[in-house]
Design a binder for this molecule. Sequence first.
Ligand SMILES: *[C@@H]1O[C@H](CO)[C@@H](O)[C@H](O)[C@H]1NC(C)=O
Ligand SMILES: *[C@@H]1O[C@H](CO)[C@@H](O)[C@H](O)[C@H]1NC(C)=O
Length: 617
Amino acid sequence: MTASDNSSLLYPIAVLFDELKNEDSQVRLNAIKRLSTIALALGVEKTRCELIPFLTDTVYDEDEVLFALAEQLGSFAPYVGGPEHVHVLLRPLEQLATADETVVRDKAVESLRALATLQSSADLEAHFVPLVKSLAGGEWFTSRTSACGLLSACYQRVNSSLRADLRELFRALCQDETPMVRRAAAARFAEVARVVEPEHVKGELVATLVALSQDEQDSVRLLAVEACVGAAALLPKDDAKQIVVPLLRQCAEDSSWRVRYSVADKLIECQRALGKEVSKVDLVPVLPVLLNDAEAEVRSAAAGKVLAFCQNLDPYQRDLIIVNTILPHVKELVGDPSAQVRAELAAALPGLSPLLGKQCTVDHLLPLFLAQLKDDAADVRLNVLSHIGCVNDVIGVQQVAQSLLPAVVELAEDAKWRVRLAIIEYLPSLAGHLGAQLFDERLNALCCNWLVDHVFAVRQAAAGALKKLILKFGPEWAQSAVVPKVLSLAREPNYLHRMMCLLCIGEIAEVCGAEITMRLLLPTVLSLASDNVANVRFNVTKTLVKISPLVSPTCLQTQIKPVLDQLCMDNDFDVKYFASEAFVAIADATGIRIDSYVSNRPHSASKPAASERGRKD
Ligand SMILES: *[C@@H]1O[C@H](CO)[C@@H](O)[C@H](O)[C@H]1NC(C)=O
Ligand SMILES: *[C@@H]1O[C@H](CO)[C@@H](O)[C@H](O)[C@H]1NC(C)=O
């Protein structure tokens, strides 16, 4: 134990009280933060009889100090003697729950809720419920808002007459004259409904729900949407249909867009709460209302829910519902003035394809994809592309090729590099469906252009794509369609292109196989060992290590070793170092030792910063 711990155990109470009364709020704050240590030193008796009453009397402090106090008291049970004494903490927290500052009140409510879980039913009845009642009857709205958050913490563990009182209180809070209180009540509605007996939810709470969703303040009505979802999940399906659905529909056409947005935002939760049957009949008509909303924010939120909404529908006749009721509105949104709405939609639509099947995809979705691929906004094009994979499986190769290829070809040269990247990532799967011949005709040239793209991420992805393509089409195809282009990069004047040649070779050698590697790729790598740019020679050593498992032992000895020996004497320090390391790395990779003739291996030299070399690329 350290000296300071020791001294705090002997801390004189008078000093503490002085600190808590100190003019400097920082001193008071520090004292509050050490409160548990101090309480330990005092013992439970003195903590209950002196410290807590003292704290109760000095709660008119700065918000920061009050907040710290509210937080501390929530976990103070052990310092006052355990659960049966928790009630002594309620008084100071009750005062903090009426503070002007919201964060202080919220913290006090949180702490009170934590303490409630520790109290016995008898203590809740004797101490906690009276506190809730007194807050709920408080003169200031701050105290009544806090009461809203405490009802559910005690309801289930108190006797039936107190429960009736609490329900009555909640009803009153829902109709409070101050909007802030009604907002707090609406926000807690679902939580309260979950602990109240089902018959009372239907009998009493539903009436307040109706009132909340017709409140004159839109800030209350938008929280009522959440309350409706909570109620829908608790009520029997028939009741939910009769009571909650009309409220939701009404909110979907509310005069305030924030309320309508809230419905769109909660649409999937609504669907889950109402169940498949009710949502199919009663919620499906709500979606078009939201998709046609006058406000872009609402349309965008609704567009973002289209896919999940359709996926959640009961599969029976789902395709019909989508085609007849939902798609007509979706089609209009493809030309929406808001790019955000169009982007949301572009991400959602491809996912509908598996739900609709081949014919409907061809008839209804393909034309929309085409329009989206030509959209002015890059995000829209990108979103279709990155989600279109799932359409391939539904409608097959030829159809995708015929319909989308022209647009894909156009996008391959898109000004936005992320769009080009998305195309590259989509390409191998598209190529698999197209077959080698169609691919060569339409896409191969593009693919090779990407190898010299000015954005490194695109070049790198292109090399990765080549590997996947070779895996699909085989080494023979690689030899005629890919290798010549890759090797030609070695003769480019731009050294970045020559580096790209090495990166590609490292990427594709394995899938090309040993024969092509030794006959075609290796000679090019070796020739670059005398490149005049040190970075290129440096990457030659890396590439040689990478392809060494693919070449024969003779080739290792007669071709690679002499070149590495030469690089070991390079005038660039990094090249020299990595060439000497390559001997070890190759032995590790191949199990074959090829000893360097060069005696002056820079063993003693510290390892140079390879990463820096990489960054200079
Ligand atoms: C419920 O508890 C309160 C407070 O302890 C008590 O006054 C009241 O009589 C009790 N009611 C019932 C029905 O037990
Ligand atoms: C060259 O080597 C560095 C260091 O390992 C690496 O970061 C970089 O990606 C390589 N460049 C190419 C084009 O292979």
